[in-house]
Design a protein around this ligand. Structure first.
Ligand SMILES: [Mg+2]
Length: 347
């Protein structure tokens, strides 16, 4: 029995040096351990970081290990992970009468180029393609753009997808000053924007709080948020009401579940980030299935991003039908990596 996970943006040599064998920091702590509830093993690894490396690559690797441990734990108990997290927790008044619990991906729309007319035409075309395939929510990414272009991209995308579908905006840490961001949000409000992502640098709750007080658009952040403590800070001091833990970077599924428990009583939502592949995306599906405050998970659809590896990994994952993913019933995380894919893309 083995558990599958994905480490993203950590050099392979660092991963090897951290978990490779009995001589490594995590290898020494995990090899030979009985697999019991993942939270126990999470704590075992976390405690060992106290005097060494409490953030950065090591917590991403801890998070990836945690996902793999959940995968094994679910297989041992023959249950999908979302059920072991606590089941699909929805109160009788929080969903419409007939609504089945399903997980809805939102499509992140990046460009091959940035700036000028090309960013508009490319992202809008991708939104149109994906909307025609049944996807329901879209996030435009006016990175490195002038304020007027942020507004223009959102306007064109809204016009293209119509009023019914969901539109988000991610400006990728674009602003240094609050007034500029306030002016942009005022104009974006006309486009019915579901959330406005990362206007300011990651470690600065104060400008987030000042902007949150002046706009009706929910502020989102968290792709680089590490441990529940950073999320707590951004919710309580930053006024952030959409948090976006990455299933590895935040510290794993165990830590993401704790973030859900912190967000719910604050009236905040949890929309997990994932712009890597659907191996890690599968872990987000389980969190969303469990979480009563997760309307969307991030998804970078292979249909519009040319990559043979991305496409084959997505095809092997949970199917998206009518823009939604049904709760998986396979034990563990339930992602089965076909041997042919490993063979074909091995480097
Ligand atoms: Mg982003």
């Amino acid at each position: 029995m083995f558990g599958l996970s994905e480490v993203f943006r950590v050099p392979p040599g660092v991963v090897q040096a951290t978990v490779g064998d009995l001589q490594t920091h995590f290898g020494r702590l995990l090899i030979g351990q009985e697999i019991t509830h993942p939270e126990r093993l999470w704590q075992h690894l976390w405690d060992a970081l106290m005097h060494t490396n409490r953030r950065g690559w090591e917590i991403i690797i801890l998070g990836a290990l945690d996902v793999a441990i959940w995968d094994i734990y679910g297989q041992m108990l023959k249950q999908p992970v979302w059920r072991l997290l606590g089941g699909a927790q929805r109160g009788p008044f929080q969903s419409t009468v007939d609504a089945a619990v399903e997980v809805v991906p939102y499509c992140t729309l990046v460009s091959d180029v940035w700036g000028g007319e090309q960013i508009f035409s490319q992202q809008v075309a991708r939104a149109e393609t994906l909307a025609s395939l049944g996807y329901r929510a879209f996030k435009v990414e006016p990175m490195m753009s002038a304020p007027k272009d942020v507004v223009e991209l959102a306007r064109r995308c809204r016009q293209a997808i119509g009023d019914e579908l969901t539109l988000m905006v991610d400006v990728g840490y674009l602003f240094n000053d609050v007034p500029a961001a306030v002016r942009v949000c005022r104009e974006l409000e006309e486009q019915n924007i579901y959330f406005f992502e990362t206007p300011f640098p990651v470690d600065t709750p104060e400008p987030y709080a000042k902007l949150a007080a002046k706009t009706s658009i929910p502020l989102a952040m968290g792709e680089h948020g590490v441990t529940r403590w950073e999320f707590l800070d951004m919710m309580d001091r930053g006024g952030v009401t959409v948090v976006q833990p990455y299933m590895t970077t935040c510290g794993g599924l165990t830590e993401a579940k704790r973030i859900v428990e912190l967000a719910a009583p604050r009236g905040a939502q949890v929309c997990p980030g994932n712009w890597s592949t659907q191996i890690l995306g599968a872990a987000s599906v389980h969190l969303a299935a469990y979480s009563p405050v997760t309307p969307f998970i991030e998804f970078a659809p292979a249909e519009v991003f040319e990559s043979p590896l991305r496409r084959e990994l997505q095809n092997a994952g949970f199917p998206v039908r009518n823009g939604a993913i049904l709760l998986p019933e396979t034990p563990g995380i339930g992602y089965h990596l076909p041997a042919e894919i490993v063979e074909k893309f091995r480097i």
